[in-house]
Design a protein. Structure first.
Length: 246
């Protein structure tokens, strides 16, 4: 019924009319009961599409519709929001510490295996070369924030699994002398699957920022290949862009 009314309203507006027929005439035109019609009219009135007026000039009037980009907010899973700046290269522990939150990393798995085709291409190594694959859960004030899979070339970082795996960026720089100087990222919107929802402690289909990343060193060599899933209910993405010379 709501859809039928919206179509009728569009036809009236296109014809330059701003008023709908009486409830009796509308019910007859749409072949419905007045009770069903009133519920649909009430919903459209709540949505700001209709206005009921009383008195001599009373009736059901169409309201002017202005384009709006307002979106209903997603209910947050925690009483805070983490800001991730896209124009900065920063690990999660440093990001959280800077914003006054406690950072915790839970290593779900850490293994060494042979590189698959996509991984070899992204890291500029050969298929079958050894890679270290880390799956980690990142928490902010004990609230699950992101799930991250990071893949690194094992030959370049021997003995990596013997170290603490809380902050890989810090470990690479301090122990191996390799700093991430540039990243290529692709960000999409995803939904939490059953397994991911369990790890992030959210409902299935909760919105996620799906981030694919390749980090490079100062010489442009690929260092890491990562896939992150950020809980979008507590993550805000931001960036700052400046014109050259400013």
């Amino acid at each position: 019924m709501v859809d039928s009314l919206v179509l009728l309203m569009a036809e009236r507006r296109a014809a330059g009319q701003s008023r709908l027929p009486s409830e009796r005439d509308l019910a007859a035109e749409l072949s419905t009961s007045r009770g069903t019609l009133r519920k649909a009219l009430a919903r459209l009135e709540d949505d700001g599409l209709l206005e009921r007026r009383v008195g001599r000039a009373g009736g059901i009037y169409l309201r002017e519709v202005r384009p709006s980009l307002r979106a209903d907010p997603v209910e947050p899973a925690a009483p805070f929001s983490i800001r991730r700046q896209l124009d900065r290269i920063q690990g999660v522990p440093a990001l959280l510490g800077e914003q006054g939150h406690q950072s915790t990393t839970r290593v779900i798995s850490a293994v060494e295996r042979e590189a698959e085709l996509a991984e070899a291409s992204g890291l500029d190594i050969n298929v079958g070369d050894p890679v270290t694959v880390l799956l980690r859960l990142r928490l902010a004030d004990q609230e699950p924030l992101s799930l991250e899979q990071m893949i690194l070339p094992s030959d370049r970082f021997p003995g990596l699994l013997e170290h603490s795996l809380g902050s890989i960026y810090e470990l690479l720089e301090q122990h191996y002398g390799v700093a991430i100087a540039a990243v290529d990222e692709t960000i999409k919107i995803g939904r939490a699957t059953t397994n991911v929802a369990h790890l992030l402690q959210v409902k299935v289909d909760t919105p996620l920022f799906d981030v694919s990343r390749i980090g490079h060193d100062a010489e442009g060599r690929p260092v890491e290949m990562s896939h992150d899933l950020f809980n979008a209910t507590i993550t805000t993405l931001s960036t700052s862009v400046h014109t050259p010379g400013n």
